[in-house]
Design a protein around this ligand. Sequence first.
Ligand code: SF4
Ligand code: SF4
Length: 320
Amino acid sequence: MQPEVADGLIKKVGEILAPGQQVNFAFQGGEPLLAGPDFYVSFFEKVKKANIKATYLFQTNGIALTSEKCEEYLKLFKENNCLIGLSVDGPRKMHDANRIDHNGSGTYDTVMQAYKLLKNANIEVNFLTVLSKAVLTHPKLLYDFYRNSGIKYVQLIPCLPPLNETERKDNKYSMLLAAFWIQFYDLWKKDFLSGKSYFEVREFSAILSGLSGKRVETCIFPGKCSPQLVVEADGSTYPCDFYVLPQYRTGSVLSDSLEDTLRSVNMLRFAKDNPPLQSQCLQCRYSVLCKGGCRRMRQLWQSDPENCAMRLFLDHICGN
Ligand code: SF4
Ligand code: SF4
């Protein structure tokens, strides 16, 4: 991101915030730490100068934290109270099945070294795991890995097909996902109830909140898109990080106010374009709560049209 784009973003955010409101800047990529610590030092200074109350989150593979820039990054994170999401796909064999460096070598040792450095520096860190097949088939290994690592917060992200694939070719994914969620949930719940160990699982928190009638903070439910402000390196904005494509572009921080972006034709069209629910959802006992969920996730949950992974999981939790 060029300095003028960062300036435009900070200016537009400053214009839209009401007094006392704060913003969360979430940097993700690609790999956001490739921008180098100087970029963020300058960004944070500009935010302070603009009198904006902000929190910061980075989603990273951790590799830059084991480079010569490590001390600078740790200082930056500590001083600005940053939350770090590390992309960790479980123990070595599972992680290295998909996460390799430019030489083709697994990055497990690197990411775990980054985790240790962050923990030792008392920087808040959580894990994000992509549920590839290498992970889905081993829920207990993943559960034990999290438990032994001492992590306090994890996100389990289904492995999405490319946007232009209307149907996932592999229709077994939904059954694998349901089986994974069920086994993982049982292990997690057993330890929680016996007081042996606890870490928060973002998706379980959202589902359990929804089932108990509380507000769900993530996009997992209830079947409609909330506008987001995703800003790309050239300043273009998009409504959701799953839909960073020219036809969904909602504006630019270089030329449009964020209010105009939120009211733009493409933003409204995106919200309206949610595909109609199919019979599986219309007949589902959870449709009042779920309403078909996130339209991107639904593609995966229903890769087997007869067996929605979310429905099977909700059946398990609710004892149906
Ligand atoms: S597509 Fe899914 S993640 Fe994106 S805004 Fe809609 S509900 Fe949220
Ligand atoms: S079938 Fe699945 S996606 Fe549809 S409402 Fe039920 S749980 Fe949600």
